[in-house]
Design a protein around this ligand. Structure first.
Ligand code: AP5
Length: 218
């Protein structure tokens, strides 16, 4: 099964993708994570992406579609994939069609997380992750059970993303509205779009997504 999780910055795409990885053995392909790894490693892609990401602008379509194709080539053909943060433009949506068709894959679901944008700024500016295993936390909504210790791996170091400040978040949201939201009709025309209330409790959001994947009527 191949699915897209769609929604503005902070909608919960990464949170829900991680849960599907744990519960269903799917693989999360997050272009944001892949680009951050490239920036950290100082690769040519990373050097190209760094300033754009820090400003909240999108990285060129051919760059992200290239890394998605490479990532899929590294997976077994029957591995289920969650696309998190990709596609983000009409051009990327068309590239994804080609990338999937070339590899004998089809797109099963596009799940849109519907959210209140004003609440997202609080979500994003309060977000932090374990520096060791990447487990996500939030200052208010999801603190480690023991302060300063990761629930998942026991690590003690945490980090925050450089683009998680209010000004950059506003730019990222504007990019979403202008370039990403308009791709939904492409998938609506195929009848594969489902919507989930992304403002609900994280566990309820997970339950709604699993019900969609399992074909359980709402
Ligand atoms: P990317 O890394 O994709 O960031 P994003 O889309 O802005 O999404 P986020 O990771 O901020 O949010 P999320 O929806 O995953 O939310 P999360 O689960 O963490 O992209 C970063 C940059 O890379 C872009 O700006 C661009 O420059 C570049 N880029 C990436 N892909 C690209 C592409 N395809 N094309 C071009 N450029 C690209 O949740 C947020 C917080 O809220 C967490 O703390 C979480 O604990 C909390 N939370 C989650 N769900 C809930 C809930 N239901 N209730 C309460 N709190 C919740």
């Amino acid at each position: 099964m191949n699915i897209i999780l769609l929604g503005p910055p902070g909608a919960g795409k990464g949170t829900q993708a991680t849960r599907l990885v744990d519960s269903r053995g799917m693989v999360q392909l997050s272009t944001g994570d892949m680009l951050r790894a490239a920036v950290k490693a100082g690769t040519p892609v990373g050097l190209q992406a760094k300033a754009l990401m820090e400003s909240g602008s999108l990285v060129p379509d051919e760059v992200v579609s290239g890394i998605i194709g490479e990532a899929l080539d590294a997976l077994a053909a029957d591995t289920g994939v969650i696309f998190d943060g990709y596609p983000r433009t009409e051009a990327q949506a068309h590239s994804l069609d080609t990338i999937l068709a070339d590899r004998g894959r089809t797109l099963d679901h596009v799940i849109e997380l519907e959210v209140d944008e004003d609440a997202l700024v609080e979500r994003i500016t309060g977000r932090f992750t374990c520096a060791t295993c990447g487990e996500g936390y939030h200052d208010v909504f999801k603190q480690p059970k023991v302060e300063g210790t990761c629930d998942k791996c026991g690590g003690h170091e945490f980090k925050r993303r450089p683009d998680d400040n209010e000004e950059t978040v506003r730019t990222r949201m504007a990019e979403y509205r202008a370039k990403t939201a308009p791709i939904l009709p492409i998938y609506e025309a195929r009848g594969i779009v489902s919507r989930v209330d992304g403002m609900a409790d994280m566990n309820d959001v997970s339950g709604a997504i699993v019900a969609i994947l399992d074909g359980v009527p709402a």
